[in-house]
Write a protein that binds this ligand. Sequence first.
Ligand SMILES: Nc1ncnc2c1ncn2[C@@H]1O[C@H](COP(=O)(O)OP(=O)(O)OP(=O)(O)O)[C@@H](O)[C@H]1O
Ligand SMILES: Cc1cn([C@H]2C[C@H](O)[C@@H](COP(=O)(O)O)O2)c(=O)[nH]c1=O
Length: 208
Amino acid sequence: MTKAKFITFEGPEGAGKTTILKIIAQKLQLEGIDLVTTREPGGSKIAEKIRDVILDKEHTEMDAKTEALLYAAARSQHFVEKIQPALDAGKMVLCDRFIDSSLTYQGVGRGLGIDEVYNINVFAIGEKLPDCTVLFDLDPAVGLARINAHKDREVNRLDVESLAFHRSVREAYLQLADKYPERIHIVDASKNIDDVVEQVYGILKTSM
Ligand SMILES: Nc1ncnc2c1ncn2[C@@H]1O[C@H](COP(=O)(O)OP(=O)(O)OP(=O)(O)O)[C@@H](O)[C@H]1O
Ligand SMILES: Cc1cn([C@H]2C[C@H](O)[C@@H](COP(=O)(O)O)O2)c(=O)[nH]c1=O
């Protein structure tokens, strides 16, 4: 496995991305791999502030284009401040969500169009795509039930969208996986945590 790789974890709500990312990062670090973990929206001081604005449940009036632009703005800052420097330093970057979240949630869920949202992101970060993306595929009803079962997890403005919205996001992810088969690798996120860790680890080992 080479080191300076940009790896993203994607998928619907409650699919296990954050949980598994932590476990995988520990496993890779034990193997001596120098890596940085991060997340979107967020990952830097300014981007975390933008995250707070986007996800605030009280901001119900937020326009879809404003939302897409805020995600792209947060990504631009996160990318120049944290991701690119880590890659330049030869580190692996494991990022919880990235551009595919915008293509699916804003492009399809909000109906702005995948190409339109992609173009906003090209302005923000250029044509940069991850080297490898792990797609945690799960029925959104199961993911939302997982989140709701854990009362310590704060429910955000996107979580409370309709099941139909979350189903359209899941379908959009699967379409992206068809479009980018070399980059996007699907795992069955309905399995238990140990099983999902094994699937993800296998993908990273074989695809890097
Ligand atoms: N494979 C699994 N089986 C059952 N529960 C799981 C599994 N993976 C994670 N969970 C639990 O589901 C909940 C959501 O997991 P997690 O926060 O990792 O998901 P996520 O994909 O990062 O969600 P979000 O994108 O909405 O933040 C947590 O309580 C976690 O412990
Ligand atoms: C990066 C990104 C995220 N989203 C959505 C997806 C989730 O509903 C929230 C982030 O919450 P999480 O608990 O950290 O997963 O934001 C989006 O709609 N577009 C994006 O580009």
